[in-house]
Design a protein around this ligand. Sequence first.
Ligand SMILES: *Cc1c(COP(=O)(O)O)cnc(C)c1O
Length: 716
Amino acid sequence: MANNSFTLEDDVVSINDHRSIPERLQILARNFWWTWNPQGQQIFRELSPLTWERSNHSAVDVLHDVSYTELSARLNDSDFLKKVQSVLDDFDSYMEAKDTWARRQSTKFSAPVAYFSAEFGFHESLPIYSGGLGVLSGDHTKSASDLGIPFIGISLLYRNGYFQQHIGADGWQQESYPHYDPVRLPLELVTKEAGGRLLNSVEIGHSTVHFQAWRLLVGRAVIYLLDTNLPENDQHFQGLTAHVYGGNVDTRIGQEIVLGVGGVRLLRSMQIEPAVFHMNEGHSAFLTLELLREQIKQGRDFQQAQAAVRARCIFTTHTPVPAGHDRFSSELLEHTLGRFWSDTGLNHDQLMAYGRINAGEQQELFTMTVLALKMSRAANGVSQLHGEVSREMWEELYPERKVNEVPIGHITNGIHTPSWATAKAHEFWNKRLGVDWTAKLIDTQYWSKLENGDIATDEELWALRYILRRDLVEFVRQRLRSQLLHSDTESSVTIDHALSPDALTICFARRFATYKRGPLIFRDLDLIIELVNHPDHPIQFVFAGKAHPRDNEGKRFMQRIVEIARHPQLVGKVVFIENYDMNVGRYLVSGADVWLNTPRRPLEASGTSGQKIVIHGGLNLSILDGWWREGFNGSNGWSIGEDISETDLELQDEKDSGSLYRTLTEQVIPEFYRRDAQGVPKAWIRRIRSAMRSLVPIYNTDRMVAEYVTRYYMPR
Ligand SMILES: *Cc1c(COP(=O)(O)O)cnc(C)c1O
């Protein structure tokens, strides 16, 4: 048996009694628990501030750079030692905790949940995510760990990650792909008990593609990242897992075979039999074909085999547009999966039938979402509206049912609040709510305490807003200065005075997918110029976001924003920050007074970035789409437009921007600047309180994962 077999929490023994502090620090650096523990981050930052910054906050990198001699010397500083010891003790008690949410549930897990996702966003130092889907997977994992659910994640190790973004002088996005050395990442190669890498393989076309796996620890959860970069493979396949969503359709299907089929084989090679296979989006749906093949090999007939697979799989869809779903041609499938499939004894038409709405429709492509839906015992969208849209979209698959009976439910997405709260927000709430506030995230009673000033006064909340806004302003100035180094467009004079720590700060950070309508706020540019330059009531904007490398329309949207940010009357007041990632995101979601969200309804399945601002006292100004359609209660932020989906796109833009301008000028700006004698905007703070009370205890991944457990994961 391999040494990696999954241990349930009962088997965890106290491992640290005999270890030295430097050894324990090495263990800590290799468990992403520290990414939601600000004191843990502080230790690594203090050890080497420059390496910490240069490595985009990598604890492993810091420990690479600090010699054992240096570390021992530093630990002779009793203040530092005390901090280190306290973090290590917190970490140990977290890892050994017995009184978890999962333990308190009546049904116990006998085996782990296996959660498959093409991307995971845990932290900026491990760039194996492109956007919201990855961040959601990462936050899901962290809450699964916090709640004490035995949890295994499966994904790919992308050695070149997702691209790094620079903006050229022409405002066009440029992409570069650094190489990430696994040795500098918190990863451990999975080995066999007898020693040596644990290798598995999948068939892709006529080739056998080998892969190894890297283990990543995220609190009590374990993630396995599959990697084909091996000398055993043809050159071509060595690069298969190099880039997040890289390459053409051949790369895409190859990656999905490694993820789905390979992921199951990896688990088998470690003797892991999960209680449930959770497919987060359709990319991993080939796993169901591997499970089917296993069942058939065990002698089940094809009906029984299919029933056995369905009994163990659940599926979450994220894409409300038909074009967003992976589809493959019959020829491509025959070519890439043919050899694998022949082992089942089923024919090609039977394979295609799994991915088609109409099995016999020869022209119909193979859709991963259809495969996932057919092979799952339960499926869900990620907000109430997205559930409705998904039921309509896949109605045809269930001809015997009415649309409201289509078996796709919804669980609204959340965020892992402790990861998104900045160190200063943690400090603020630790002091006022007590350090256990992060364990109370689903307690609505607890958060109702914020309704009045007993916990935090209006003045204190307003001070928090100033602290966080100032941090954003200074971060932006620093970033603009380094952006200046490789471009000749900004002048250093404007940079030192870019943004004002007093002005109403509106942030927009998104993938630049066109449906998110980044430039919508600038439809009436003259009005924006007037509002931004108002002598007493100015507003300012911070933008960030990447466009997919092949999305030229998205890049044009971004170019338009960059050009606006260079407009002589807007420069330094509308800014674009390059290279949006989780770190940039954390500054923006904490510094924003207002989080602007203008998707083309109903295309934002959920969205989560607006949930990250609430604990920092930010307010949402958003289209009634995704989570905000459920979260908005009339007093906890603002809506844009009505609760309808317009089909005339030009008309939709016209109506939504009109609504946005009215709300901005008639409500948002006046309320922000209406101050009492102490300079505090009373009505604004009331709105912040309403947001915290109503949104914090719902839009988080503790609530979300608990819902997955009780509705979908629990054995039935
Ligand atoms: C939260 C987050 C997202 C997802 O935000 P949306 O609201 O869904 O656009 C994407 N990228 C990063 C870096 C994030 O932190």
